[in-house]
Design a protein around this ligand. Sequence first.
Ligand code: MN
Length: 369
Amino acid sequence: MSDKMNDKVIKNFESYLCPPGAGVFTVNTAKERKDSLYQELYGTTENIEDIWKTTLPKINEVKGPVLLGVCSDCGGGIQRGANWGPLFLRNTLLKDHKQLTYHDLGDIRVIPHLLHDKYLNGKTLESCKNALYQNRESEYPVSPLSITETCCNDIYENYKDIGVFAIGGDHSVSYPLVRSWIRNKRKDGKKVGIIHFDAHTDLLRERLGIDLCFGSWLTHVLDDLESPKACYQFGIRSSGKDRAFWENEFGLNQYWAKDVKDEGAQELGKRVTQELIEQGIEEVYVSFDIDAIDSSLAPATGTPESEGLFPHECLMILKEINSKIKITAADMVEIAPLVGNDKAGAESTLQVGASISAYLIEAIDNAHH
Ligand SMILES: [Mn+2]
């Protein structure tokens, strides 16, 4: 890439991103927690915006994946609060998993009332462009999902050997994250698949007339895969329809939480890996909704469900897959640390989320060596 192109991409990052943990726009709320993150990351709590900007060009040198926060919960719909996931999970990662190598690019700038630019009229677009970029005709999008897709495209198109690990946000944020990853990988001739952990299928076509939300994001990226057979779901247990319905309707592979327990996580992981190899899949994206985990361990989420998977089961499946197939991007979504006002529950949710995130960050790091 030319220097000029590189400068342009860095300028894009400066425009539509903000420092890590700053994606929830507040004045004083959570200031202490933000300051503690800045102290860890930069050794100071002053001039964060300037310091953060000086770190952006290091994307050229750093090892390990890019970390990106998407503090949007506008696509949620039962109990929100996943907008705090990126700030809280970063703190837990820095505390409990110091060995990790990654480059924290920052958070997507989020206007909390917006979801995707396609839902906006011209006047609103203009006034939001003015608010974010001081320019009514800015080329940049203004809604969290739209900015996320632009950002990921900038990363994948310009830095070929970098993977993205993103923290949500509600699950709608996976729509731009996965879509950008699939499209760029397929442009490079790669055969790719999706590994999706969740208590819910997320296979609605729309919800109350809105096509992009936490319950429907997957439906709208499946078409980008060469075949829906390259998508595997694990942990499902809350659905009005049974497994056969979803597999027939969408052509993907679905393993409910009880299926994982019946077959055993390791056996199932081995079998799925073999199927992925037979399909010729070279790389997978892992989208992890924390509600895949049993609600006794991960209650701080919008729609906790009992009788779920345990972290070791998820890790066993992931390790089997990753023993043969590269994980080149991933996300951890739906961690809502303030939901339920239950400190112990939030801490447990964050610890589980961080340990699975740590595994995924290392896997992405290894995939690019
Ligand atoms: Mn989900």
